[in-house]
Design a protein around this ligand. Structure first.
Ligand SMILES: O=C(O)CCC(=O)C(=O)O
Ligand SMILES: [Fe+2]
Length: 842
């Protein structure tokens, strides 16, 4: 855990553990000697050992944020002149530091419950040399040569000049006023009602850590021009993102004459002189930016390294080590820290051991010489949200506005998790904190509108579901790939492994049931399925999920035995009722599954006061799995049916721009519940009538013939959604989404007719099978082939979908064409079956 702590936190720990006050430099030295271990550092200071050897035997205890910060990616020397802190961004977003200077109590707050097992080792630092690599590994995008060269030079020259007397940010760190190891300035934009709104000036004051400032500077004409270019670029990049986060701002544009979805109204600028000036690990405060903010950071001048490091949430520390990413940022490059970056990552500009000088492309004055520079100037363009205006920020007991920090240790991919209002220790009162700490509540505090509010208009917000609606979310939380379009491959694999192992197990179970009897086979299989479903609920790696699903598949290989039992207990009189009745179990599972599972997944986050159990926090899918396991145990065998509609779920989950419907998991759950109701209706009402009146083989043929039509209807839903998407906010309006839901309902109901053959084929086997003594084996063979196709079809269909969407085959709809063609093949075969049955009857 120490490796997640930034320098401020380590210093805070040392200070709290030492008897008398020490200067920052002294504490830093002690930390260096103790190799970053705060306890050891405090012992050194308490014994007055500074400068002597670290006690023997303790030497191995290393690994600290300080250590890596001091050494930096290039093992530069520590800068002891200035404070190590995050400076311009204020204290970093670690858990709140309460009662600074009041001893051990701080430890309890900072040291959250230790992980029960060893944390996963940290991965080696990776240099991200290209925009592709940055996008792949971080929630940032990098853009090179963003401004016209001349504008970039002009902006550099003007800021280089003015920044010579920018201030160093100052703040209190344990009885000492310390200053940042770089210069900083804060600007507001004229055009956005920020520069003339007095209330916003307060935010500039808090940029400088609470010290009174003159009114902030206004954007210069060059900054204004650069900002316009950057706003368009950021808007494009946000549109390109696979999903928007629920707490992102979605309100109207202050200046609504254009279609920008991101605007900047303030900028914070830093000047780093030489190779030693730096900014420590921190994540930017969100006080006025709000959660899930987007920050665009323009670099000018010498190339410096920008480092990012993920704060691995507590529940993942055993499976995932933190990794540091270094991005070299040349002149005129832009890094966009997208939504969730401040929640999940810390960033810094470390001191470097070496640095190139920078020569602008244009002279300062036409015809003049081109001078070399050794400073970097960066401008972070930011959007201060109207719903986080200074008057709306809660005050702490010190009487000053609090700061907003994310709970980095307990977030889930930055998608959810808490935010705290905490005392801004450091601003006043010699840095003493009042310990104020309060959870932010968007709704109660009347904040918004957010992207989440917009999405909620058509469905309620809870995050849902049993394995197959949430399988994509599950996979995305495993961080197998940062590229969301790859999710389908992994979820397809998890689903296929179930069917594949079921396939292997079917025939052995069937023959076993012919010899030892049906009952033991059903009981053992169901029990095994129950246990493996529970195992899935606690799996937190791809391998564990695969193993759990493989075991579930092996145990559910007994599915073929149930139709056999049905065949044995039915006669021609009652079969047209009993078979559909058996068929009701899976639609029932489909209706109940999403609804029960939906309210139970992530329960600890939804009802933190009632379900405050570590196990539920660590394993968000445990409770739904438990319930599913219980249902299995009750004999529903719903697991058999969970994993059928991979393609449909993937289609729903994929963003509209990428060819899907961009639905939330909750909405996918509702869609599946609708289809479950439809399936129940067909099984109980339509099927019995149909089977009594129409020849079974004919029924089989005509219900299979539904499929090509279904595969043509799905893309038309996407075309509709695409056409109706509001360009400015990426959402559908109420009418459009109502129409879309009618369409989804229609397709789902229609597709359910296509599932009737699953029941009919057992009847056909019973009617035309070779003999009653081999009924078990015949059904085994039937289930074997059903299963064979299921074992590769989820993977195949989701891969076909991903490949055709990614490569824009037939405008991205190649999957629909191919799957229609394949299903036409099956119509041909069901036609043959129909002919054959006619022949046998005549
Ligand atoms: O200089 C940089 O690129 C980063 C600056 C920064 O992190 C900040 O101003 O918050
Ligand atoms: Fe920052």
């Amino acid at each position: 855990m120490a490796d997640e702590q930034d320098t401020d936190t380590l210093l805070a720990l040392v200070s709290s553990l030492t008897h008398k006050g020490h200067s920052t430099e002294v504490m830093l030295d002690a930390l260096v000697q103790a190799e970053g271990n705060p306890e050891l550092a405090s012992q050194i200071l308490n014994r007055g050992h500074l400068g002597s050897e670290v006690p023997a035997g303790k030497k191995r205890k290393r690994a600290s944020g300080l250590d890596s910060w001091l050494k930096g990616p290039n093992h530069a020397k520590p800068v002891s002149r200035h404070a190590s802190s995050s400076s311009s961004a204020g204290p970093s977003s670690n858990p709140p530091i309460r009662k600074v200077n009041r001893g051990v109590d701080l430890m309890a707050v900072l040291k959250q419950p230790p992980p029960s097992k060893k944390p996963a080792p940290r991965k080696p630092t990776l240099i991200l040399n290209s925009p592709q690599m940055v996008a792949e590994h971080t929630p940032c995008t990098m853009h090179l040569s963003v401004l016209p060269l001349q504008l970039a030079s002009k902006l550099f020259y003007s800021l280089e000049q003015s920044s010579r007397d920018w201030q160093r940010n100052k703040w209190w760190l344990f009885d000492r006023l310390v200053e940042s190891p770089h210069r900083t300035a804060f600007f507001v934009r004229k055009t956005d009602g920020v520069s003339d709104d007095e209330t916003w000036h307060e935010s500039a004051q808090y940029w400088y850590n609470g010290r009174k400032t003159d009114p902030p500077d206004i954007f210069s004409s060059e900054m204004e021009e650069a900002c316009g270019i950057i706003e368009r670029l950021v808007t494009e990049e946000i549109r390109r993102r696979p999903y928007r986060y629920p707490l992102e701002w979605a309100g109207g544009d202050v200046n609504s004459t254009n279609d920008l979805i991101w605007r900047a109204n303030v900028a914070a600028s830093n000047r780093y002189e030489g190779r030693n000036e730096s900014v420590g690990w921190h994540s930017d405060h969100m006080t006025y930016l709000g959660p899930h903010c987007t920050i665009a950071s323009l670099s000018l001048g010498t190339r410096r390294m920008f480092s990012l490091r993920e704060t691995v949430p507590l529940h993942d520390t055993e499976i995932r080590g933190a990794q540091t990413f270094n991005i070299p940022l040349p002149h005129n490059s832009l890094v966009i820290m997208h939504a969730s970056c401040q929640e999940r990552f810390k960033h810094c500009v470390p001191p470097q051991s070496a640095m190139d000088v920078y020569r602008p492309t244009h002279p300062r004055i036409p015809g003049g010489p081109i001078e070399p520079f050794n400073c970097r100037i960066n401008i972070t363009f930011r959007f201060y949200r109207p719903d986080f205006k200074p008057p709306s920020i809660p005050l702490c007991k010190c009487g000053i506005p609090t700061v907003l920090r994310p709970d980095m240790k307990n977030q889930r991919d930055g998608q959810e998790g808490k935010y705290w209002w905490t005392c801004f220790a450091g601003a006043q009162d010699d840095g003493k904190s009042c310990g104020m700490w309060k959870v932010m509540d968007m709704e109660a505090e009347g904040r918004g509108p957010t992207v989440g509010n917009m999405q909620k208009t058509e469905a309620s917000s809870s995050r849902e579901l049993l394995i197959f609606p949430y399988i994509n979310e599950f996979v995305s939380r495993l961080h197998l790939s940062e590229d969301p379009s790859q999710i389908g491959f992994y979820s397809g694999a998890i689903e296929s492994v179930f069917a594949l192992s079921q396939l292997v197990a079917i025939y052995p179970w069937s023959s076993l049931s012919d010899s030892i009897g049906r009952r033991p086979v059903i009981i053992v299989g169901t029990l095994g399925l129950t246990i493996s479903t529970l195992f899935f609920g606690v799996s937190r790696s791809f391998l564990a999920a695969m193993v759990a699903r493989a075991l579930a598949g092996l145990f559910s290989g007994n599915v073929s035995v149930i139709p056999t039992v049905l065949c044995e207990i039915t006669d021609p009189e009652n079969e047209s009722f009993i078979f559909p009745f058996f068929g009701i179990f899976w639609p029932l599972g489909m209706v109940l599954g999403p609804l029960i599972g939906g309210s139970l997944s992530d329960i600890a986050l939804k009802f933190p006061t009632v379900f405050d159990y570590a196990v539920l926090k660590a394993y968000p899918y445990f409770l739904p799995s438990l319930v599913v396991a219980a249902i299995n145990f009750a004999g529903m065998l719903s697991a058999y049916c969970f994993l059928q509609e991979t393609l449909f779920v993937l289609f729903c989950y994929t963003p509209i721009q990428k060819g899907g419907l961009g639905l939330q998991t909750s909405q996918i759950g509702y869609a599946l519940a609708i289809s479950g109701v439809a399936a129940a209706f067909f099984q109980l009402v339509l099927m019995p009538t149909l089977l009594r009146r129409v020849d079974h083989a004919k029924c089989y043929h005509f219900t299979i013939a539904i499929w090509p039509a279904v595969f043509v209807m799905l893309p038309s839903l996407n075309i509709f959604a695409r056409y109706m998407t509001d360009e400015t906010n990426g959402n559908l309006d109420e009418n459009a989404s109502a129409m879309l839901w009618v369409g989804i309902g229609f397709v789902l109901v229609f597709a359910k007719i296509g599932f009737l053959p699953y029941t009919i084929n057992t009847l056909l086997v019973k009617k035309y099978g070779p003999s009653t003594s081999s009924l078990g084996a015949s059904n085994g063979l039937l289930q074997f082939f059903i299963c064979l196709s299921r074992s590769f079809s989820p993977f195949l269909s989701s891969s076909i979908f991903v490949v055709s969407v990614e490569n824009d085959l037939f405008m991205g709809y190649g999957w629909a064409i191919l799957l229609s063609v394949i299903s036409m093949g099956s119509i041909h075969f069901s036609g043959c079956i129909m002919e054959e049955s006619k022949r046998l009857r005549s």
